[in-house]
Design a protein around this ligand. Structure first.
Ligand SMILES: [Zn+2]
Length: 545
């Protein structure tokens, strides 16, 4: 499509020409045209900086138009209406106005003085950015801590499609686009104001304050407010002078923002949820304080019936989503019923896998807590929710025992903790609990030293195994042979009691095998039961003794 261009400029003199003026009077128009041809004058389109020429229309009227075969230009884009093309042209014409020039320069100076901006990366209206589809010349361009930022000054109204295309261009080229609006009312209801508002996901707008001696960027953004008296939530526009260091960068949208509207919205939403479920939260607080399980029926049914979104928000309101503070606090004050409720009975999604605070762990808090009811159950439950042992936990466990704790019991507890950690998944941890005696027996064979059992010799261990662990005995025997303690058992079996039990065991046609237990053994002792699996050193002898 070929349309008339209103504004062109002479790159040698920077003089700008407005078709409506130079072609207004017939005689002056002809003189202008004559000069143009005689001097071989170069005129460029204001929008695309490509060559323009003068065209003579019917009735002898003249206008500027692009040279034939020049690349794409917004002014050739047939999808803009005549009125929109006019706005775009005016926007470019404005770039030659004093206010625009002053602002560009002031922003350039501001950037030069900003820490993190590479001084050689600042371009003020003299750098073309090209990709396969378009080229752009941002008002100001710079590189700030490795991020490219383009500043576009907007003094006039622009068609939304044009603004959108600019965003697309910069986003495609991984450049953060900051519109500097000089006369923008965020509460304004004109169409451009609305378009700009909703184009930016974060709804942050920027001004450049060159009125005060210390120039600054001014972010204008929405914040959420709660009016408790009226029980109302609302958003209001506010602003703050900021530097580039205060900006956050949305790496998906390639937009900068100071305060995220999304975050403000979710803050408000959270407040609303807190109000909506005030009864549940109050009851939970009461439950935490008293640790009285009789209070559970007061709030549990209400939590059970929450929809998924509200449940997630309630988790946020309780702080369960991003920290384990609630658990640490509850463990330190021995809130056993509260912990069991959260970890076992509630619908809350609890993920304890991401906390690596090494010297202050949840496990240590639970072990240190005075008079903690269900201590071992709670420890079991934290591993259901992804808890993993830290190095500090391992050190702590080596030196830890309760007052008057039987050594066998202590080693069982320690083996359990290490096993939960090695097994990791809820279902397998539960299966492990059914075969702990078997695990202690096989571990004793592996270490060639009896751990987790009070027996003095391997024959007693074997007698106990064949008597007490019938559904896993076959695996125990396999492990004894693998770890080479089977011969020891045979040698110690002087009265042949084990031999007779073994004969009986083999003769029992009804004996069954614990396949769930076998699954757990494959995890813990892959060298015996799953030779193709990865061998893991999940516990060492000196972790126990
Ligand atoms: Zn053009």
């Amino acid at each position: 499509m070929e349309y008339a261009i209103r504004y062109v400029y002479d790159p040698d003199t920077s003089e700008q020409f407005d078709a409506q003026e130079v072609f207004k009077y017939r005689e002056l128009a002809y003189a202008f045209r004559k000069e143009f041809h005689a001097n071989d004058q170069r005129l460029l389109c204001c929008v695309c900086d490509e060559r323009a020429t003068i065209s003579l229309g019917s009735k002898g009227r003249m206008h500027f138009k692009h040279f034939p075969n020049t690349p794409d230009c917004d002014l050739k884009d047939g999808s803009y209406t005549r009125a929109e093309r006019k706005l775009i042209e005016e926007h470019y014409a404005n770039k030659e106005r004093p206010r625009h020039k002053v602002l560009k320069q002031a922003i350039g100076n501001f950037l030069s003085a900003t820490e993190g901006v590479d001084a050689n990366s600042i371009y003020i209206d003299n750098k073309f950015l090209r990709d396969k589809r378009e080229k752009r010349r941002p008002d100001v361009l710079c590189n700030f801590n490795g991020k490219k930022i383009a500043f576009e000054i907007q003094l006039s109204t622009l068609p939304p499609k044009y603004i959108f295309k600019r965003h697309e261009f910069y986003k495609r080229n991984e450049i953060y686009l900051v519109w500097i609006l000089d006369d923008f009312d965020p509460n304004g209801q004109n169409q451009t104001e609305k378009d700009i508002k909703y184009l930016s996901k974060h709804q942050n707008f920027f001004f450049f304050n060159d009125a005060s001696p210390k120039h600054s960027l001014v972010a204008q953004y929405k914040i959420g407010r709660v009016n408790r008296a009226l029980n109302k939530h609302y958003f209001k526009w506010t602003h703050e002078s900021i530097g580039l260091k205060d900006l956050k960068f949305d790496e998906t949208e390639f937009q900068c923002y100071f305060v995220s509207f999304e975050e403000e919205k979710s803050k408000i939403h959270l407040e609303q949820v807190k109000e909506k479920h005030k009864d549940i939260l109050d009851s939970l607080r009461e439950f935490y304080t008293s640790d009285d399980e009789r209070l559970i029926p007061k709030f549990h049914p209400a939590i059970e019936s929450l929809d998924f979104d509200d449940l997630g928000l309630l988790e946020k309101a309780l702080g369960l989503d991003k920290s384990n503070d609630v658990f640490l606090k509850a463990a330190r004050s021995s809130k056993a019923y509260f912990l069991v409720y959260l970890l076992e009975k509630s619908r809350f999604n609890i993920d304890l896998s991401q906390y690596k605070d090494d010297s202050n762990t949840l496990l240590q808090a639970i072990l240190r807590a005075p008079k903690m009811l269900f201590r071992w159950k709670i420890i079991h439950l934290i591993f259901h929710h992804g808890y993993t042992l830290t190095n500090s936990d391992r050190m702590f466990l080596k030196g830890f025992s309760f007052h008057n704790e039987m050594p066998t019991l202590r080693s069982q507890r320690i083996i359990n903790i290490y096993a939960y950690n090695a097994i990791g998944q809820k279902m397998y941890i539960d299966w492990f609990e059914k075969i702990t005696g078997t695990v202690y027996t096989i571990l004793s064979a592996k270490f060639n030293r009896i751990v987790g059992h009070g027996f003095n010799n391997f024959i007693s261990l074997a007698n106990n195994a064949i008597h007490s662990y019938k559904t896993t005995y076959t695996f125990i025997e396999q492990a004894f042979k693998y770890y080479k303690v089977w011969d020891k058992v045979m040698a110690e079996d002087q009265k042949k009691t084990f031999f007779r039990k073994h004969e009986e065991y083999l003769a029992d046609r009804n004996r069954s095998t614990d396949l769930q237990g076998y699954y757990v053994l494959k995890i813990l002792f892959p060298e015996v039961f799953n030779p193709s699996g990865k061998s893991v050193e999940w516990i060492k002898l000196d972790d126990i003794i």
